[in-house]
Design a protein around this ligand. Structure first.
Ligand code: AP5
Ligand code: ZN
Length: 218
């Protein structure tokens, strides 16, 4: 299985990626998680990316495309892969097409903007694994710590309301265009075209998981 998860910030890409990668035994390639790891490690890339991320903007296409291409060379990607938060611009999508990176499905998780702000303010993450919780909608078994490791959960630096609004704007301005891009490609029926699936992303996390699993079986 090789797929792209598409959706606004807070749509639940990371949450659903956790289920899908387990089911298909494939690596999750989250450019957001990769950038946050670079920030934490204090690499030159991380230092540069942090400013952009904290402002809710997009890191440059060249950097992101390079990161993903390197990641795809690792042996676990031979089993398949799940892109989470990538591609986010037309040049990123074109770069994958040009490199012949195969995609079976594009799965769009649709959530209205009005829902997003509340989700983000309650989000808590386990940085090492990327596992994501919500204080109200998807709480950890014990408050403030990761279910699997017992390590502390943190709040992301870019989850302040003002930054979330900026990220939503950037999504509508630069990323949403990929809905049409992939839908059109899927409908063309050209060799190698992916299948396009859209699911509603509002409701209990497990219900959305079941919708996602069903969509990937058609
Ligand atoms: P990234 O980490 O990709 O952030 P994002 O796309 O803004 O998405 P999020 O991670 O915020 O949301 P999500 O859809 O994964 O939702 P989640 O499952 O966590 O990128 C961060 C930054 O890095 C970017 O702003 C940019 O600067 C940079 N970047 C990354 N990739 C880039 C690229 N390709 N090009 C350029 N720059 C790039 O869920 C959110 C919350 O809701 C959680 O608390 C969760 O528990 C809760 N929740 C989930 N599902 C439900 C539900 N059904 N009901 C209620 N609550 C729910
Ligand atoms: Zn995410």
């Amino acid at each position: 299985m090789r797929l792209i998860l598409l959706g606004a910030p807070g749509a639940g890409k990371g949450t659903q990626a956790g289920f899908i990668k387990e089911k298909y035994n494939i690596p999750q390639i989250s450019t957001g998680d990769m950038l946050r790891a670079a920030v934490k490690a204090g690499t030159p890339l991380g230092l540069e990316a942090k400013k952009v991320m904290d402002a809710g903007g997009l890191v440059s296409d060249d950097i992101i495309i390079g990161l993903v291409k390197d990641r795809l060379k690792e042996p676990d990607c031979a089993r398949g892969y799940l892109f989470d938060g990538f591609p986010r611009t037309i040049p990123q999508a074109d770069a994958m097409k040009e490199a012949g990176v195969a995609i079976d499905y594009v799965l769009e998780i649709d959530v209205p903007d009005s829902e997003i702000i509340e989700r983000m303010s309650g989000r808590r993450v386990h940085p090492a694994s990327g596992r994501t919780y919500h204080v109200k909608f998807n709480p950890p078994k014990s408050e403030g710590v990761d279910d699997a490791t017992g390590e502390p959960l943190i709040q992301r630096d870019d989850d302040h309301e003002e930054t979330v609004r900026k990220r939503l704007k950037v999504y509508h301005d630069q990323t949403e265009v990929l809905v049409g891009y992939y839908d059109k490609w899927a409908k063309s029926g050209a060799p190698g075209a992916p299948r396009y699936r859209r699911i509603a992303g509002v409701g209990p996390v497990e219900e959305i998981r079941d919708r996602a699993f069903a969509a990937l079986e058609q």
